[in-house]
Design a binder for this molecule. Structure first.
Ligand code: NDP
Length: 264
């Protein structure tokens, strides 16, 4: 099926590994040119090289920490310089937290607010004018099932991801008149380097191997009984980016193997 995405330009934050990288590959496979960013320059450059070689699209890799306004500005500068703007924005960069509300200081709240919410606000504000000129655009925010169904050990993550879901809805209402579709995705358990890092820490505390911890987690939580691969999730993002999803507006979609325990 031709998804009608050839020669579009997508900006993906956190595109150097995990879910962001899988989305980058999925879009590149449809002929989309990319700007990807991450904090580690070597990882970003390696990821860009791999995608260019494999898919023959243009990829600009930018070292940028999306919690820093000056880095957001240089990312946007590169988008304009290399491609004259963008058609698609995927706000994906993010990570889990670990704290108790009664112990976490303000700076931890502030950091995750910048990472999960303000990065999406700032990049949307900067890139929407280009989309308006092109008379169409797509923005997808990658939140989490934790925005609706919190995990006990990461209240700051749960809260800031919930804010990202609401931001998506509000932005959608504001820009659909410009033919810009904003949606949000709430993934469940996706096997990425972030989980492998968590598993080695928590597994050690519980006296089990990282693999045992991840297996237990999937069996106990997701009715499907396993993690998804990043590629399985990326298929859904690619569809949402495409004109085939033309009536998908202002929604939050769960891709979670059945983990969400309520009907929404
Ligand atoms: P990974 O840690 O595997 O990858 C994260 C990516 O984001 C990397 O490219 C990383 O590069 C980049 N990144 C992290 N912080 C920043 C920053 N401040 N500025 C720019 N780039 C940054 O994570 P996942 O792929 O697992 O997660 C991606 C998103 O999906 C996150 O928002 C996460 O909350 C969400 N999610 C993940 C789930 C899962 O099960 N994996 C489930 C639900 C939601 P670098 O470190 O070099 O900056």
């Amino acid at each position: 099926m031709d998804l009608g995405l050839r020669d579009k330009v997508a900006v993906i934050t956190g595109g150097s590994r995990g879910i962001g990288y899988a989305i980058a590959e999925g879009l590149a496979g449809e002929g989309v040119h990319l700007v990807i960013c991450g904090r580690n320059e070597e990882d970003v450059n390696n990821a860009s090289e791999r995608i260019m070689k494999q898919y023959g699209v243009r990829v600009s890799g930018v070292k940028a920490d999306v919690t820093r306004i000056e880095d957001i500005n240089s990312l946007v500068f590169r988008v304009e310089k290399d491609f004259g703007g963008a058609d698609i924005l995927i706000n994906n960069a993010g990570t889990g937290s670990a704290e108790k509300i009664m112990e976490a200081a303000d700076d931890r709240w502030q950091y995750y607010w910048e990472l999960h919410v303000m990065a999406a606000v700032r990049l949307s504000r900067a890139l929407i004018p280009f989309m308006r000129k092109r008379k169409e655009g797509v923005i997808i925010n990658n939140a989490s099932i934790c925005a609706k169904q919190p995990l006990d050990y990461e209240p700051i993550y749960n809260t800031t991801k919930a804010a990202l879901v609401m931001f998506s809805k509000c932005l959608s209402n504001e820009v659909i008149k410009d033919n810009i579709r904003v949606n949000c995705v709430n993934p469940g358990l996706i096997m990425t380097p972030d989980w492998k890092k968590t598993a080695s820490l928590v597994g050690k505390e519980k006296g089990i191997t990282p693999e045992e911890y991840l297996e237990q987690l999937a069996v106990e939580n997701a009715p499907i009984g396993r993690f998804a691969t990043p590629g399985e999730l990326a298929h859904f993002f690619v569809f949402l980016c495409s004109p085939r999803a033309s009536y998908c507006v202002g929604s939050t979609y769960y891709v979670d193997g059945g983990w969400l325990r309520v009907v929404v």
